[in-house]
Design a protein around this ligand. Structure first.
Ligand code: RIB
Ligand code: CA
Length: 331
């Protein structure tokens, strides 16, 4: 690092994790991006946008808007798949707003998308760095990652951890009785990625439902007073209204909307905040009734091998401390 006269030498942590974030912002994706943009411990190589909560033209625009709010135009944004591998596109606008960022007024950000397709950007950044050195956090349907692996199967050996928000086991589903949205939206992509031998760590609803934006946690963010903290809090306030209306709400102080997409990024920063179990995960792609169901097998005797990991618990206070630190005033 260069130190200019009078300025302290800004030393970066020695081992910043190189990371690609593939996402479909989306209000909880937005909070996860604020964590990633604000944490000094990540070497953010790329943000890749995928169609999911809203169409990819909007998720890519939203990623650029959030990047501008965070002052992180140093991180390139790439547009990816506008539809699942086989299924019809299905959004979740009722949970994220028609434009995808809740109450935030959409506008065209200053800096454009990079030219490459997201899948090519993933291949390029992983293959040009040491093996296992680049992690990817997947916060939406797995279409872009599946396309990258189809185009460059050798990625499976080169990729570091593939931390995915998706699936459900004990918690049941959130888009159908038996499936979580990211896996349900493109079950073929999820099945393909899981079958490639990548080091997939799946943060399903079993863990993400423990990471809730309670009144106290949102108020703590609102008290920070930076654009990043205000943006994260605004997303949670929107989710709070939606959850009350669409999902129902017990009057408990520890209740709040789950901020699902925080989990993979928080884990990459502080793995000690989560408990994981080795498992084999398979995805239902044949049945319409249980489309996207994640069958999570912990028994080695049944599964043969346990190539994946499943998040069984999360330290929500620790996760919210991370996002508050990331959104705090800098310097
Ligand atoms: O089921 C929750 C997931 O679906 C989150 O990633 C949310 O952003 C939506 O994409
Ligand atoms: Ca998402």
């Amino acid at each position: 690092m260069v130190a200019y006269p009078g300025e302290p030498l800004q030393t970066l942590p020695m081992t910043r994790q190189a990371l690609i974030i593939d996402c479909d912002p989306g209000v909880d994706d937005a909070v996860a991006l604020m964590l990633a943009f604000g944490s000094g411990e990540l070497d953010l190589l790329a943000i890749t946008a995928v169609g999911g909560n809203v169409p990819v033209t909007k998720t890519a625009r939203n990623a650029r808007m959030l990047r501008q709010i965070a002052g992180r135009e140093d991180v390139p944004v790439f547009m990816g798949a506008d539809r699942p591998l086989r299924r019809e596109p299905a959004g979740a606008g009722e949970f994220h707003g028609a434009e995808g960022l809740g109450d935030l007024t959409p506008r065209e950000p200053d800096a454009p998308c990079a030219e490459e397709h997201a899948a090519d950007a993933i291949i390029d950044r992983v293959m040009n760095r040491p093996g296992k050195s680049v992690a990817i956090a997947v916060l939406g349907p797995l279409t872009n990652v599946a396309l990258a692996l189809r185009k460059a199967p050798e990625l499976a050996e080169r990729l570091g951890p593939v931390a995915v928000m998706g699936g459900a086991r004990s918690e049941g589903g959130n888009i159908t009785a038996s499936a979580e949205f990211n896996i349900w939206a493109d079950p073929e992509a999820a099945a393909e990625v899981l079958a490639t031998g990548c080091d997939v760590v799946l943060f399903g609803l079993d863990a993400t439902h423990q990471v809730r934006a309670t009144e106290a946690r949102i108020a703590a963010l609102e008290a920070i007073g930076t654009p990043m903290a205000d943006t994260a809090a605004s997303m949670m306030r929107f989710s709070e209204r939606v959850e009350r209306r669409l999902v129902g709400w017990p009057s408990l102080p520890e209740w709040g909307p789950p901020v699902h997409d925080l989990c993979p990024v928080a884990w990459l920063l502080r793995p000690d905040l989560f408990a994981l179990k080795p498992c084999r995960i398979e995805v239902e792609t044949q049945s319409e009734l249980t489309r996207g169901h994640t069958a999570v097998e912990f028994r080695q005797g049944v599964a043969g091998a346990l190539p994946h990991r499943w998040a069984v618990s999360a330290d929500a206070d620790g996760v919210f401390d991370l996002i508050a630190e990331a959104c705090a005033p800098r310097g």
